[in-house]
Ligand binder design. Structure first.
Ligand SMILES: Nc1ncnc2c1ncn2[C@@H]1O[C@H](COP(=O)(O)OP(=O)(O)OP(=O)(O)O)[C@@H](O)[C@H]1O
Length: 235
């Protein structure tokens, strides 16, 4: 479903991604692991159309989305749950849901509230009045209401307590169970173990390890080693 080939991207200060290849088949969950500064957000932003690549390609279900602006990428079926949630401080939960709902999307505000009753209880609360976990649920809800085929989740449990992180993990598992294709960026293996079908490690903008969940479960050492600083590029 998502095919990323030879992707290079960066900022004025220089290149961050150096020829990244990544493939996420339909209905699977892919974990993108990497230490702080490895380039996970840069990759997610490039796929989401927030950052123009300097080379390579991004395709969703055979449609070339390389360099397309974010609204086109969103219309093509990619939903983004950004790092730090980015909910609007002054809008209520209900307003977020209403604004995010795209006509004919399979996810409606009513269906969201069935899945996440907590958001219904907080419908009149503004973004600034929500806990971190509630903000994360709202950020995920907002992405779903756009009717995505693929959801990009950038460090969805950052700053959350273990109990709340587990709730978010279960939510992602539920979404995966419904057949959604998911790419999750996370700094460590722990959170994605048991959710992800495949794992890719990025180190300073290069892929340094790839593995199936079964391989990582049998022997996580190569992933842990790749997450350690100073490893070589393995392609
Ligand atoms: N807007 C920007 N302008 C310039 N450099 C940036 C910008 N955003 C990120 N970078 C740099 O790009 C590199 C990769 O950052 P990125 O945020 O993609 O990493 P990450 O793996 O998502 O890390 P984290 O876990 O800390 O979010 C870092 O060296 C970072 O300083």
């Amino acid at each position: 479903m998502l095919e990323i080939g030879e992707l290079t991207a960066g900022y004025q200060g220089g290149s961050v991604l150096h020829g990244v290849d990544l493939s996420v088949p339909e209905g699977t969950v892919h974990a993108l692991l990497g230490a702080n500064g490895a380039g996970k957000s840069t990759l997610i932003h490039t796929v989401a159309g927030l950052l123009k690549p300097s080379g390579g390609r991004v395709e969703l279900a055979g449609v070339d989305l390389t360099g397309r602006p974010a609204h086109r990428v969103s219309h093509a079926g990619i939903g983004l749950v950004p790092q730090g949630r980015r909910v609007f401080a002054s809008l209520t939960v209900a307003e977020h849901l209403r604004l995010a709902h795209r006509k004919h999307a399979a996810w409606t505000p009513a269906r969201i509230l069935e899945l996440l009753p907590r958001l219904g209880e907080r419908a009149g609360n503004r973004g600034s009045q929500l806990s971190g976990g509630e903000q994360q649920m709202l950020a995920i809800a907002r992405a779903l209401l756009g009717g995505p085929r693929l959801v990009l989740l950038d460090e969805p449990t950052e700053g959350l307590s273990p109990v709340i992180a587990e709730q978010i993990r279960q939510l992602i598992t539920t979404l995966a169970g419904e057949g959604l294709t998911i790419l999750i960026a996370a700094p460590q293996l722990g959170f994605v173990q048991g959710i992800a079908d495949r794992l890719t490690v990025l180190s300073t903008g290069r892929v340094t390890a790839r593995m199936t969940a079964a391989e990582a479960e049998a022997d996580p050492e190569p992933i842990l080693a790749a997450l350690a600083p100073g490893v070589a590029h393995v392609g």
